[in-house]
Design a binder for this molecule. Structure first.
Ligand code: ARG
Length: 589
């Protein structure tokens, strides 16, 4: 289905053409003055210069040409040359009924779906997930779902940090504690034990201890760096230990992501880039792109137009170890060869902007991607506490993700029990989990990703205002009205919306009608906050309508059927939107 606003603009363009003006002037936008009109067109003002005519005169002529329009019930020329527009209820009704008949409410699928890779999550193996991993998981999951909903082929890849120094640190800490472990015996040629010598909770203690030791003891740190190179080079004992670290960490990571309803198609990591590195490095050397600098292998990525210093991208350290940029570049090779990526979208902290700039430039110069391949870094800001500083535990430590989720669920539970005394313990707990996730995700996604935001548990869990629980409350309200209709056998067999009876149901219909344009924009701009803003407007439009309308007790069956159909559609659209944001609604709350 064509987009609602496009249909309206087309009609306005016809008006301009009929009056003898350029069609392009007829672009329509939502009204800035909802008290005066529903939509507006400023084309007469734009055309005044070109046609040497007063804008109000042009507007008047266009308005006259649209007197019998099937789209507009009112076209008014207003000083200095605005065209104020109201829509015919019949036109709105027909559009909304068209939406009702389509699975995705008239959203058009792309002619050429793109192969999109979303690289998000980015957990570092053996380190606990902390609040810093919350944003990439939440935003990335939503971007993945939005692009998929819009008809693209999307692959979500967690791109684990599994190849870095933390792995070497853990090996050396183990060596300190248990030097006799077979992994450290260089003359050993047998098979390594299947059982890991440590558990996931051991790791939770080993890694921080190792990291602390490295800060105090330079020799230990050096040994850990060497161990990291040994892992990367595949020295058997170290590789076997690395496998154990992966095996005990992954189930725990998966559990954590599952609690956020975040799931990945690929559980690849930096280490999976390994097979692509040698050839890539050889090519870069052969083409002269990479050169030696202070023992390291680097690629210059400066450009003439740069206004700040862009340091070279380091491909290999002097000890031959690969770095963060190396694995990212080799991973691009993998994604081009095996996923035929048209777009690769990275979710990472805005402090990594320079890293991605270097990697993207190197990838282009090395011809790892096609000229038309899109490489996008979505930099996100920090989640802060109420003091405006990065979010910490009450004791001032780094907050683990599990702890944060527990806190928000507790608060949600408290609020739910407070508002529904009769609710049973189990239902309250389950509901708190579902609603708590909406609070957490919506609180994050409703901000522009690049901005810092304040994690305000009290505001996020509120049933009122621009919050996840408010949206879910609205959904639950509609479900409950529909439940009553079902009991009374009022549900229309073939739902069809009737012409609007008043400004409130008309407004709700117009909100619904802008769904496809909003979703396309959210996909184009990779901006879940667009979906949140729409959800909030839609929920408000519904609630205004609901407060003034007796739906179930409406005696006129035609009207009642129309309204029931309208709220059915509202429910479906709300659910589709929360679906792409990555949460769901309970049946009651
Ligand atoms: N593991 C990284 C970190 O914790 C994030 C990974 C982002 N993705 C990437 N391809 N570099 O900072």
């Amino acid at each position: 289905m064509k987009k609602f606003l496009d249909l309206i603009s087309e009609e306005m363009q016809k008006g301009f053409a009929l009056a003898g003006y350029e069609e392009v002037l007829g672009r329509v936008t939502p009204s800035n003055r909802p008290d005066l009109c529903e939509y507006q067109c400023n084309g007469a003002m734009a055309g005044a210069k070109r046609y040497h005519k007063a804008p109000l005169v042009i507007a008047g002529e266009v308005a006259a040409c649209l007197a019998d329009s099937a789209v507009f019930s009112e076209v008014t020329a207003a000083a200095p040359g605005f065209l104020n527009l109201k829509l015919k209820t019949g036109f709105v009704k027909d559009y909304v009924n068209g939406m009702l008949a389509e699975e995705k409410f008239g959203l058009e699928m792309p002619e050429k779906p793109r192969n999109i890779v979303v690289d998000y999550g980015g957990a570092n193996v053996a380190k606990p997930l902390h609040v810093g991993h919350l944003r990439p998981a939440i935003i990335g999951e939503s971007i993945k779902r939005i692009c998929r909903y819009c008809g693209h082929t999307v692959t979500g890849d967690v791109h684990l940090g599994d190849w870095g120094t933390q792995m070497g640190l853990i090996c050396m800490e183990l060596k300190k504690r248990c030097p006799d472990l077979v992994y450290f015996d260089e003359s050993y040629t047998g098979e390594y034990p299947k059982e890991s010598p440590f558990t996931v909770s051991d790791l939770g203690e080993i890694y921080p201890a190792a990291s602390k030791r490295a800060k105090e003891d330079p020799a230990f740190k050096q040994a850990a760096l060497e161990a990291t190179v040994k892992i990367q080079q595949g020295v058997p004992g170290y590789l076997a230990l690395w496998r154990h670290i992966m095996d005990v960490s992954l189930p725990d990571l998966k559990k954590n992501y599952a609690a956020l309803d975040v799931s990945f198609d690929l559980w690849k990591g930096e280490s999976d880039a390994k097979p692509f590195i040698p050839q890539m490095v050889a090519d870069m050397k052969a083409s002269g792109l990479a050169h030696e600098s202070e023992g390291a292998l680097v690629v210059d990525v400066k450009e003439e137009t740069d206004t700040k210093e862009i340091p070279p991208c380091i491909i290999l350290k002097s000890d031959g170890a690969s770095l963060y940029a190396t694995t990212d570049l080799a991973t691009i090779k993998d994604r081009m060869a095996n996923l035929h990526a048209d777009d690769i979208i990275y979710l990472a902290d805005k402090r990594q902007e320079m890293h991605f700039l270097q990697v993207f430039r190197t990838a282009r110069r090395a011809g790892l991607v096609k000229p038309e391949t899109r490489l996008v870094h979505i930099p996100f800001g920090t989640m802060n506490g109420k003091d405006g500083k990065p979010f910490k535990t009450r004791e001032g430590g780094v907050m683990h993700l599990e702890e944060l989720i527990r806190e928000i669920n507790e608060e949600m539970y408290r609020k739910i029990v407070e508002s529904r005394h009769e609710i049973g313990e189990e239902e309250a707990r389950q509901t708190a989990q579902v609603v708590g996730l909406s609070a957490l995700k919506y609180g994050d996604l409703s901000n522009q990703a690049g901005k810092d935001y304040i994690f305000d548990i009290d505001r996020f869990t509120s049933f009122e205002g621009d919050t996840g629980p408010y949206i879910l409350y609205t959904i639950v309200r509609i479900k409950s009205i529909l439940g009553r209709c079902r009991q009374l056998e009022y549900l229309p067999e073939k739902p069809a919306v009737r012409e609007a009876q008043n400004a409130l149901d008309k407004d709700l219909m117009m909100q619904l009608a802008s769904f496809s344009a909003m979703m396309e924009d959210a996909c184009e701009e990779l901006a879940p906050n667009r979906v949140c803003a729409y959800l909030y407007d839609l929920a408000n439009a519904f609630n205004r309508f609901y407060h003034e309308t007796k739906i179930v007790t409406e005696p006129d069956k035609e009207r009642r059927d129309g309204w029931i159909s309208l709220i059915l559609l509202t429910l479906k659209v709300l659910e589709a939107c929360i679906g792409v944001l990555g949460f769901s609604a309970p049946d009651r709350m």
